[in-house]
Design a protein around this ligand. Structure first.
Ligand SMILES: [Ca+2]
Ligand SMILES: [Ca+2]
Length: 166
């Protein structure tokens, strides 16, 4: 009697409730297609340049930071006339050796390089990609010689929205 172990107090009453049927779903990043915008430039002379603006729209619920790069670079020779024949002996297109391409975002972030060697290099933009413009510029340098006459090059522009995690 009387030897009550004093440690701890037990609540006499308790109650619990359950919320059932809970769902956690993943949001989406859904970059709208940019395939309706294409670069169709030329014929360029040395020292000529231009740019094309792509609109980036995120139709999803999760914001993403933009990045972009070029890929699938393919040169075409398109024949060789006198001056090019003297300068260019192998008969394959070479424009990607000299064509300067730049990628920039309206929210900041840019990069550039010579198309042939720069393909696959990612340029990261700043902030949310939704509503930003992606600007792709091209320049045939003044130093381009006869080897590049009538040559053309095709390439893809790949834009990505990527969620930023901490
Ligand atoms: Ca050529
Ligand atoms: Ca040519």
């Amino acid at each position: 009697m009387g030897a009550v172990g004093g440690a701890g107090t037990w609540a006499a009453f308790s109650d619990s409730e359950t919320s059932s049927g809970n769902t956690v779903s993943a949001g989406t990043i859904d970059l709208a297609s940019i395939d309706d915008t294409q670069i169709d430039a030329g014929p360029l002379a040395p020292d000529e340049s231009g740019d094309v603006v792509f609109d980036l729209t995120n139709g999803g619920s999760v914001s993403g930071r933009p990045k972009a790069y070029v890929e699938n670079v393919a040169d075409q020779e398109n024949g060789r006339e006198d001056a090019e024949l003297e300068a260019d002996g192998d008969g394959s297109g070479e424009l990607s050796e000299v064509l300067e391409v730049g990628i920039s975002f309206s929210g900041g972030g840019s990069g550039s390089g010579t198309l042939g060697s720069w393909a696959g290099s990612e340029v990261k933009g700043n902030g949310s990609g939704d509503g930003q413009n992606l600007i792709v510029s091209y320049t045939l340098p003044a130093s381009a010689g006869n080897k590049y006459q009538s040559d053309s090059v095709t390439f893809d522009v790949v834009a990505v929205l990527e969620q930023q995690t901490s």
